[in-house]
Ligand binder design. Structure first.
Ligand code: SF4
Length: 447
């Protein structure tokens, strides 16, 4: 009989949303790609089940070995689920960004911790389990992405309307609030284009999101690689619609934008973070700092290729006054940005920001691991520099209301149609804005 591996994606809190529109997109926008990768690394003589709590609260299922992933906000829930299996004598392995940043903490709650990218050690984890000699910690080296097995998208099923695909790892930049370069390294590693195309060809979903933290790096080689990927998508007639995360430098390459649209790109997510020089400086966002005066021109260049912009913005930098928060919301509303992901500055473990706030005694919630649930980019977990926490909270409610009301959603829809002259992009962004309205405006700050 086959042994069974159960892979779990826990969520910080399960939310049963009432929306009848776009429900599948709101519930589970992205596939847990890391679990599909673990499944691909597991030998054929194992049965594998992937359970994602985003769809429904966990209910017990049989397993011989359990693997749990976790980001910081879901870590307390991950530890609870680990206890369910450990109390029955079933070993639990935990990986993902949180356990990699805090392996000593994770070790208290699970049998083994995988630190870093699982590719380098998963075979050994399975071998050690089979011989009854599992180790406390497995430290993975960062491997080349060439020849990596194709993630088992088939095990994730059709409930996910958007498939996740990764083509690169690592980021050479070093923003203070981000742990990507600690987890995936500062060297930019790329998968061969043909391997990415093979994966895309095998995926059922029409919509793809490239989850690379930096899909196209600044520089000729990276841009040419991206163009050859887009050309390959066109030549193979994949007919996908896709989005990605890019830096603002992408706007300077007209050819790249043209092929991106032709191959199906309708959305580019950009870490804009702030319109204010001092705020960008405090985050260490050097590229944005240099290009800040060109924001409007950059957004226009992307719109001219019928692609919409999802801008991520951070509220609560040390330079921010209460007025600055409202100004940021005003800027977003007036700008050419088609949709916004507004987040509150969050000092995640493994970042320089966390160390700085810890040293200056500014962290307000340190009853770990329980308090990690608050570290989800929507709570104020530190003492703001230029206002009280209460004052900031009040201001943020005003900002969410300004950004999430129906007037903004509809005016953004009309403006996206006007700027991009593309009905498909307009509709895509209407859905994105509707989802953010549901997620941020209603659920987080309705009181
Ligand atoms: S925020 Fe983006 S650019 Fe900055 S280090 Fe993280 S992945 Fe790189």
């Amino acid at each position: 009989m086959k042994k069974k591996l159960l892979l779990i994606n826990p969520v910080a809190r399960y939310i049963k949303r009432k929306s009848i529109f776009f429900k599948n997109y709101i519930d589970a926008p992205f596939q847990p790609l890391n679990l599909a990768i673990i499944a691909a690394l597991t030998p054929d003589d194992w049965e594998i089940e992937i359970f994602d709590e985003i769809f429904e609260p966990f209910s017990y299922r049989e397993a011989d070995l359990v693997g749990i992933t976790s980001y910081t906000g879901s870590a307390p829930r991950a530890y609870q689920l680990a206890e369910v299996y450990r109390s029955k004598g079933i070993p639990v392995v935990m990986g993902g960004i949180h356990a990699s940043m805090l392996p000593e903490e994770a070790q208290k709650f699970v049998d083994s911790v995988v630190v870093g990218e699982a590719e380098g050690v998963w075979e050994q984890v399975i071998n050690d389990f089979e011989s009854g000699r599992m180790q406390k910690v497995y430290r993975a080296e960062m491997l080349s992405m060439t020849g990596a097995p194709l993630p088992r998208h088939d095990l994730l099923g059709e409930r996910y309307k958007i498939a996740s695909v990764q083509t690169t790892r690592g980021c050479p930049k070093d923003c203070e609030f981000c742990s990507v370069s600690t987890f995936n390294g500062r060297q930019y590693r790329k998968r061969p284009v043909e391997e990415v195309l093979d994966e895309l060809e095998a995926i059922e979903q029409k919509i793809i999101f490239f989850v690379d933290d930096s899909f196209i790096e600044n520089g000729k080689e990276s841009e040419e690689r991206a163009i050859s990927l887009f050309k390959g998508m066109i030549e193979r007639k994949l007919d996908k619609r896709w989005g990605c995360q890019v830096s603002i430098s992408v706007a300077d390459n007209e050819e790249l934008l043209r092929y991106a649209y032709e191959s199906g790109c309708r959305l580019m997510l950009m870490g804009v973070e702030s319109e204010k020089e001092s705020a960008l400086d405090s985050l260490g966002k050097k590229l944005n700092l240099r290009q800040r005066s060109r924001y409007d021109e950059i957004f226009k260049r992307i719109h001219d290729h019928k692609i919409g912009i999802l801008g991520t913005f951070i509220f609560g930098m040390d330079t921010d006054t209460p007025e600055d928060l409202l100004e940021r919301a005003k800027f977003i509303k007036k700008s050419r940005i088609d949709a916004v992901q507004p987040t509150i500055l969050t000092p995640l473990p493994g970042t320089k920001l966390y160390e700085r706030f810890l040293e200056s005694d500014r962290l307000l919630f340190t009853n770990y691991p329980e308090d990690w649930a608050r570290y989800d980019w929507s709570d104020i977990v530190y003492t703001p520099a230029r206002m009280s926490r209460e004052e900031m909270k009040k201001m943020m409610v005003k900002c969410w209301k300004r950004l999430g009301n129906w007037g903004t959603v509809i005016s953004k829809f009309i403006r996206t149609l006007y700027y991009t002259r593309c009905l498909e992009t307009g509709i895509a962004f209407f859905i994105v804005n509707y989802i953010y309205r549901m997620q941020y405006y209603y659920e987080r700050f309705k009181d």
